[in-house]
Design a protein around this ligand. Structure first.
Ligand code: C5P
Length: 287
């Protein structure tokens, strides 16, 4: 099963909960960049990871969200967690693309089939208990996230977009970015009321540019100053409709209404910044 990376087309911080978590308003879209997960019955639990090599050292098997959701679900329904899980990792880790959350959501959906679980309620409960993006990833189609990420609303209908994802190979850990945001004492933003449908990439991006932001941008730049370089480089790409940070970073995206402009952007960034991680993607690829 493919586990697609998400981007936050906007991310407003709208308040703060008593437990220190922040309330959000975020339109989330999914990209064609994905990890691949397969699960087979076995006589014990085993997780194999291949692909991006830094992953296995960066997160121990126990901390890996895939292991955690598997064990929580098996405890909940009383079935031994005896499965072989194969993860082919292509989404950069801790990059604002929700890769770990997408993997966790895909695992829950695969186990639901394997273990013949009828209702989605338990999946949503486990997803919500482990991280703010996992519930949205269960949908794997555009949604609006509210509250701490666990309340999901229908997204406007959106056209396909062509995107360029760029990560400066810098770490901007989510807890540190939220801490820097809280220290900055910025006023909270409003939630956005979207129209039911955007008919073109230009219309969508003009709306996002005029009415929305990613409120974590300045905080993320204090943690990973390279983000500023990426945003400046993306802003200057010919025909880009919107350049912005995704989530808490450090991956940024630029949006285009055709593949040629996205590919031209890829070549410009690769030439000027050979050490950045760069990918062209389709966004809303199912629409
Ligand atoms: O849910 P996730 O694992 O992505 O969150 C990591 C950290 O980011 C949390 O421990 C919290 O400090 C911060 N966070 C927050 N408000 C949110 C989501 C995350 O303050 N809605």
């Amino acid at each position: 099963m493919l586990a697609n990376a998400k981007i936050n087309l906007h991310l407003h911080i709208t308040g703060r909960a008593e437990n220190g978590y922040h309330f959000l308003d975020s339109l989330v879209a999914f990209t064609s960049l994905c990890d691949d997960i397969n699960i087979e019955p076995s006589d014990r639990f085993k997780l194999n990871i291949s692909g991006l090599t830094s992953l296995s050292s960066a997160c121990s098997e126990q901390d890996n969200l895939i292991s955690r959701v598997t064990h929580l679900l098996s405890d909940h329904i009383g079935i031994a967690p005896h499965v072989d899980i194969h993860l082919l990792k292509k989404i950069p880790l801790a990059g604002g693309l929700g890769g770990g959350s997408a993997d966790a959501a895909a695992t829950l959906l695969l186990l639901k089939d394997l273990w013949h679980i009828k209702s989605d309620d338990v999946l949503e409960k486990i997803a919500a208990s482990l991280g703010s993006d996992i519930v949205a990833c269960l949908y794997n189609s555009p949604v609006i996230m509210r509250e701490t990420g666990n309340k999901i609303l229908a997204a406007p209908k959106m056209p396909k977009l062509y995107g360029l994802l760029v990560n400066p190979n810098a770490a901007s850990p989510t807890p540190a970015v939220y801490r820097a945001y809280a220290q900055s004492q910025r006023p909270f933003s409003d939630t956005i009321v979207f129209p039911d449908q955007f008919y073109s990439a230009k219309e969508l991006c003009a709306f996002l540019k005029e009415q929305t932001r990613n409120d974590l941008t300045d905080a993320a730049i204090t943690i990973a100053p390279e983000i500023k370089t990426v945003l400046n480089a993306l802003d200057q790409l010919p025909n880009n409709l919107l350049a912005r940070l995704s989530g808490s970073g450090a991956t940024c995206f630029a949006l285009f209404d055709n593949e040629e402009d996205a590919q031209r952007g890829y070549e410009i960034i690769k030439k000027n910044h050979p050490y950045f991680w760069v990918e062209t993607v389709l966004i809303n690829h199912h629409s």
